[in-house]
Design a protein around this ligand. Structure first.
Ligand SMILES: C[S@@+](CC[C@H](N)C(=O)[O-])C[C@H]1O[C@@H](n2cnc3c(N)ncnc32)[C@H](O)[C@@H]1O
Length: 278
């Protein structure tokens, strides 16, 4: 029972150091909001939809302790390999990984007490269908807790992007950019999807974090910006316009940063919790 008294850690063991930076910073504020709001109870069957490399799955499983059984689902094999490495190294035996699609869960009906998804469902091809599937595996009274970024995401950046397109005489591209901006979730839209799938929404908390960069050059060269957002921004434009538009955009963002002392981008986020109707 007190095995924790016997464990020691070698801070120079690469396999431990590898785990130290365990959460993408992008996910952290959303995950902290989720972990802050969740009701913790014993003996829960927990499901993390879109667990990626293991966050918040492993953290939540550890906070709940070994009376819980936690499942993480994601189709992303490389991320699950990382999660598996972490689970093995940390010896968290009550976490189980499932490589698969959240829209077709290999779990029995009415078997889960708590479903979480940190920046997960809003990235699925069909959040509505994923919620119907989540409702199938949820026990009556089960909780579902989601975090998502919201429409209004990086509004300062998109305002400059739009102005640049207008100045370059590209009104069609402005429309395409607006479509891209509007694809993001709203708290009300997510509430509707939850209600349609069979959950009663009990709580919605909205907050915002500010991503701060020295300037547009720093922001556009940031690895996570490139990994997570750049492809979608490129897709707004025909390839022939990429260089002209992004050069102008970078210059304009740098002017904004020069005036304001930094480039500050607002990321609105929501914690949305529902309960499976009986
Ligand atoms: C933005 S990442 C979030 C990962 C993690 N929850 C975090 O907080 O860092 C979105 C995750 O959803 C996963 N995903 C996308 N479509 C999915 C689906 N149909 N079923 C399950 N997971 C999916 C992606 O592979 C990715 O790991």
């Amino acid at each position: 029972m007190t095995d924790y008294l016997l464990r020691s850690f070698d801070w120079n063991d690469p396999s431990l150091v590898n785990l130290y930076d365990e959460v993408p910073l992008w996910s952290a504020p959303f995950g902290l909001l989720l972990l802050d709001r969740l009701r913790l109870r014993p003996n829960l069957s927990v499901l993390d939809l879109g667990c990626g490399p293991g966050f918040p799955l492993i953290e939540l499983a550890q906070r709940l302790g070994a009376s819980c059984r936690a499942f993480g689902v994601d189709p992303w094999g490389a991320a699950l390999a990382r999660a598996r490495q972490r689970i093995t190294r940390l010896q968290v035996r009550h976490v189980h990984l499932i490589q698969g699609d959240g829209l077709a869960l290999p779990l029995p009906a009415a078997s889960i007490d708590l479903i979480v998804s940190n920046l997960g469902l809003n990235n699925f091809s069909s959040p509505a269908d994923a919620l119907v599937e989540a409702a199938r595996v949820a026990r009556p009274g089960a909780r579902i807790a989601l975090t998502t970024n919201l429409r209004g995401h990086m509004a300062e950046f998109y305002a400059v992007f739009e102005q640049v397109l207008r100045d370059l005489g590209q009104p069609e591209m402005v429309e395409r950019l607006r479509e891209h901006v509007n694809h993001r979730a709203t708290a009300l839209g997510t509430q509707r999807l939850l209600e349609m799938a069979g959950f009663r929404v009990r709580r919605i908390d909205e907050q915002a974090v500010i991503l701060r960069y020295l300037n547009g050059t720093a922001m556009l060269n940031h690895t996570f910006i490139q990994m997570a957002f750049m492809e979608a921004w490129r897709e707004v434009l025909p390839e022939a316009l990429h260089h002209e538009v992004f050069a102008a955009l970078e210059a304009r963002l740098n002017q904004v940063a020069e005036r304001q002392g930094e480039l500050a981008l607002t990321v609105p986020m929501a914690f949305i919790e529902g309960e499976r109707r009986a």
